[in-house]
Design a protein around this ligand. Structure first.
Ligand SMILES: *Cc1c(COP(=O)(O)O)cnc(C)c1O
Length: 406
């Protein structure tokens, strides 16, 4: 059976909205269009009730209380609110934040902004497998540390940090703990109490919900976390995030969360099976390919592989009917190698020639088969034209070769 092209294997970038989610959302654009803050008529009550249901659905997915969910425009805003909100609120207590070099830009750039305002930030390195060292974390703590922000699962390499251990350290030291949980929530078990997390960022469009809606989990007990808002206005969301609620979006987020909770086990089984199949096919068909990041502590639907001795752009062009992400990030002037892969110790070449495969709810074995065959063909063809690959195969140690520079 022929597969439908192009094939989508970029589920870490965004996911399609599940049709059941769309169905749940539709009435809230037209029939039930009320403003959830309108307290004096049924249009408002209906909207508020729908938001309450969604709040409970999102809370249930992460083992929280509905009152601990603050709806936002997405995880970028949630990360900003968590980090800036804590920084401003706890400034008296200290000005030091600990995060990690492989965080999403929503965290890194927020921390950079705070550095300009006089905060001190420690960016922990990662080990070869992409995980931080807990000793490094402990050693970074000072009596001025007010917040640790360490992501649960990485968006490029899918590695899952030791969140429960980090949470325990944070508790022991009385430091607040925020985690960017966007890639993990709805995909792997994530419970805010088991993990001792105080704040957690989530996004609907990474879990089969709509774009432009997300949430921040804010712990209310042991300890009660206080946040300075970054958006001022009508005092919505208990004053932490003003602005009229995106009711259809929130309803969709809630439904998506419920589906993830009910179907997580089945989804995981399906996806890890396909991911392992893809990996096996590639490993069998090609040599000199390297998995980036821990294979043990990893999301079930992620595979990130460097294909040595091929050039990144040619590789992507060769598989242009497959939607994936590469280890290159387009900056204004040039292609920069991924800072995440660089942090694992990958050289520029291996970073550029890497591909992130993100599988999802509608991925099929036929698609995996097509993508594996295509990659094996393209990489083999590109290597046939590569003098470097030939030399390496002849046993020449390329790292000791003298290059003539003109
Ligand atoms: C996508 C993503 C974000 C940003 O989420 P938006 O809702 O798109 O703003 C933040 N962190 C991680 C890890 C992500 O994958």
């Amino acid at each position: 059976m022929a597969v439908k092209l192009p094939i989508y294997m970029d589920y870490h970038a965004t996911t399609p909205v599940d049709p059941r989610v769309v169905e749940a959302m539709l009435p809230y654009f037209t029939e039930h269009f009320g403003n959830a803050a309108s307290r004096n008529h049924p249009f408002g009550w209906e909207a508020e009730e729908a938001v309450d249901t969604a709040r409970k659905q999102v809370a249930d997915l992460i083992g929280a209380n509905a009152k601990e969910i603050v709806f936002t425009s997405g995880a970028t805003e949630s990360d900003n609110l968590a980090i800036k909100g804590v920084a401003e609120m706890y400034r008296e207590k200290g000005n030091h934040i600990i995060t990690c070099v492989t965080e999403h830009k929503a965290v890194i750039d927020t921390c950079k902004r705070l550095e300009k305002e006089g905060y001190r930030v420690t960016y922990l390195p990662v080990q070869k497998d992409g995980l931080i060292s807990l000793d490094d974390l402990r050693n970074a703590i000072t009596d001025k540390t007010i917040l640790m922000s360490i992501m649960t699962a990485n968006n490029e390499i899918g590695v899952i940090q030791p969140i429960a251990e980090i949470g325990a350290i944070a508790k022991e030291k009385g430091i607040l703990f925020h985690t960017d949980a966007v890639q993990a929530v709805g995909k792997v078990p994530f419970n805010v109490n088991d993990l001792k997390v105080d704040l957690a960022a989530m996004s609907a469009h990474k879990m089969y919900g709509p774009k432009g809606v997300g949430a921040l989990y804010v712990r209310r007990r042991n300890p009660r976390v206080l946040l300075s808002p970054i958006i001022d206005g009508g005092g919505h969301e208990r004053g932490m995030r003003s602005g009229t609620l995106n009711v259809p979006g929130i309803v969709g987020f809630g439904k998506a969360a419920e589906l993830c909770r009910l179907e997580m086990e089945a989804d995981t089984k399906h996806l890890s099976g396909l991911r392992d199949l893809l990996n096996e096919r590639l490993q069998k068909g090609l040599d000199e390919i390297y998995i980036n990041g821990s294979t043990e502590h990893r999301l079930p639907h992620n595979l990130n592989i460097s294909f040595a001795y091929v050039e990144g752009e040619s590789l992507l062009m060769g598989i242009n009917d497959v939607a994936v992400s590469s280890g290159s990030a387009c900056t204004s002037a040039s292609l920069e190698p991924s800072y995440v892969l660089k942090a694992l110790g990958a050289g520029d070449d291996l970073a550029h020639s890497s591909i992130r495969f993100g599988l999802g709810r509608w991925s099929t074995a036929e698609e995996v088969d097509y993508v594996a065959n295509k990659l094996i063909n393209v990489v083999t063809r590109l290597r046939e034209m590569s003098p470097l690959y030939e030399l390496a195969k002849e046993g020449v140690d390329l790292s000791t070769m003298q290059w003539e520079v003109h």
